[in-house]
Design a binder for this molecule. Structure first.
Ligand code: FES
Ligand code: FES
Length: 161
C-alpha cells in the first residue's frame, strides 16, 4: 500500500516521515522518531499511557492515525522540560513519589500539562477530571493528584515572582 507523507512539529522540531495509511501516531513517535517516553499500554484507548498533546489538546496516540497529525504540533513527555530544566510537574512527581513503576507517568504528566495550560489554578476535582482517562495501577492516585496541585502552586508562584 502506498505510504503517505506526514509533516508535523514534534517538541518544537519539524519532522517529515512516510507512513502506512493505517499507521498509528504512537508508532510514529516511538518507532520512527525514537520518542519512547510515550507508552503503549492497552492499545485500545482505555488506559491513557499513550497520551500526547496535539495542538495543545490531550490525545490518545494509540487510537490516532499518524496521518491525522499531519500539519499539527505534537508534544510528548520529552518536550515537557525546557532547556534541561524539569517542568514543575516533573519536579513535583519526583518529589512527591507520584511515580512507582512509572508506566503511567508520562501520560499523566502530559494530561496534567494540558490541564495547567488551560487552568493554572485547578481545584482537586478539576485535577481528578483531567486525569480521569489515565489509569495508574500502583499509586492509588493520591500522590499523583497532590503532585499536580503542588506543581500548579509552584508554577503560579514562579510566574508571579
Ligand atoms: S495505550 Fe493508548 S489508551 Fe492505553
Ligand atoms: S506508577 Fe505504576 S501504573 Fe502508575
Amino acid at each position: 500500500m502506498a505510504r503517505v507523507p506526514v509533516i508535523l512539529t514534534v517538541n518544537g522540531a519539524e519532522q517529515a516521515e512516510f507512513v502506512e495509511p493505517g499507521a498509528l501516531l504512537v508508532d510514529l513517535l516511538r518507532d520512527k522518531l525514537h520518542l519512547t517516553g510515550t507508552r503503549t499500554g492497552c492499545g485500545q484507548g482505555t488506559c491513557g499511557a499513550c497520551t500526547v498533546l496535539v495542538d495543545g489538546e490531550p490525545v490518545l496516540s494509540c487510537i490516532t492515525l499518524a496521518a491525522r497529525a499531519n500539519g499539527t504540533a505534537v508534544t510528548t513527555v520529552e518536550g515537557i522540560a525546557t532547556g534541561g530544566v524539569l517542568h514543575p510537574l516533573q519536579k513535583a512527581f519526583a518529589e512527591g513519589f507520584a511515580a512507582q513503576c512509572g508506566f503511567c507517568t508520562s501520560g499523566m504528566i502530559v494530561a496534567a500539562r494540558a490541564l495547567l495550560d488551560r487552568n493554572p489554578d485547578p481545584d482537586r476535582a478539576a485535577v481528578i477530571d483531567a486525569i480521569s482517562g489515565n489509569i495508574c495501577r500502583c499509586t492509588g492516585y493520591e500522590p499523583i493528584i497532590n503532585a499536580i496541585l503542588a506543581a500548579a502552586t509552584d508554577q503560579r508562584r514562579t510566574k508571579s515572582a
